[in-house]
Write a protein that binds this ligand. Structure first.
Ligand code: NAD
Length: 264
């Protein structure tokens, strides 16, 4: 059989380094024959992203800060020129001021609320608007979310509120774009030690808690997110849209601390 992603071209947004969720996803897609383009946010990350992208044979590596919509426009204008059409897009972008990823949600400032919603929620809608125009043979869009959208997690605060809005926007986009055979899904990943996660207070404790209390008794890996993204971005999931798919060692089904969980 032909490789699953053979002939498919997609854009990966949110690669920062080799710990990024976007890296686990990119490796799985490339291993199954996809052709990838990447965006990077700013010069500091460009140095890390270029060699990683090159490892996977990518040639289109473009700057994009989603808080500047003209840079988002430029990415899609470029892809239209070099590729003509697009089959999938991965949005693995989120941001909130570190000062508000500790303490209480009740103390959230308006400035950081708007910033968090813009970068972590609106950017996916902005990307979907532009990507859909290039998905002339249908397509698949994927964003990354977290269980803190559904239940209150320590320190996640405004990011949890943003992820809830992101998950709702996935459902609205799925309806708006379904008629064009474009599917829109979210992957709710368990806690993983990435650059973004290092901004969250007590993150080591959160990792341990998930390891001890999830059904699989382990944390989520880059291979886990890669495999599930491959399913969601390929034709294997042709009947799936508007979904929030948990890739979290099953943590979201658990109702209380495991009786045999060690102290942390
Ligand atoms: P990461 O730090 O590797 O990736 C975050 C990316 O967001 C970076 O590449 C960064 O450049 C990008 N970004 C931030 N602001 C941006 C902007 N203005 N313009 C363009 N890009 C911007 O961390 P990650 O954990 O791989 O995060 C990827 C996604 O996964 C995020 O949406 C995050 O909330 C989500 N997620 C992470 C975890 C976890 O525990 N790590 C769990 C569930 C969901």
């Amino acid at each position: 059989a032909a490789p699953l992603m053979q002939g498919k071209r997609g854009l990966i947004m949110g690669l920062a380094n080799d710990k990024s969720i976007a890296w686990g996803i990119s490796q799985a897609l490339a291993a199954h024959g996809a052709e990838l383009a990447f965006t990077f946010q700013g010069e500091a990350l460009e140095k890390r992203v270029r060699p990683l992208a090159a490892q996977l044979g990518a040639t289109e590596i473009l700057p994009c800060d989603v808080s500047d919509l003209s840079s988002v426009d430029a990415v899609f204008a470029h892809l239209e020129k070099v590729w003509g059409k697009l089959d999938f897009v991965v949005h693995a972008i989120g941001f909130s001021n570190k000062e508000e990823l500790k303490g209480k949600y009740v103390d959230t400032s308006l400035d950081n609320f708007l910033l968090t919603m813009n970068i972590s929620v609106y950017s996916f809608t902005a990307v979907a608007q532009r990507a859909a125009k290039l998905m002339t043979d249908g397509g698949s869009m994927l964003t990354l979310t977290y269980y803190g959208a559904e239940r209150v997690m320590p320190h996640y605060n405004v990011m949890g509120v943003a992820k809830a809005a992101l998950e709702a926007s996935v459902r609205y986009l799925a309806v708006d774009l379904g008629g064009q055979n474009i599917r829109v899904n979210a992957m709710s990943a368990g806690p993983m030690k990435t650059l973004a996660a290092s901004g969250i207070g007590d993150f080591r404790y959160i990792l341990k808690w998930n390891q001890y209390n999830s059904p699989l008794k382990r944390n989520t890996t880059l291979e886990d997110v890669g495999g599930s993204a491959l399913y969601l971005l390929s034709d294997l999931s042709s009947g799936v849209t508007g979904e929030t798919h948990h890739v979290d060692s099953g943590y979201h089904v658990v109702g209380m601390k495991a009786v045999d969980a060690p102290d942390i």
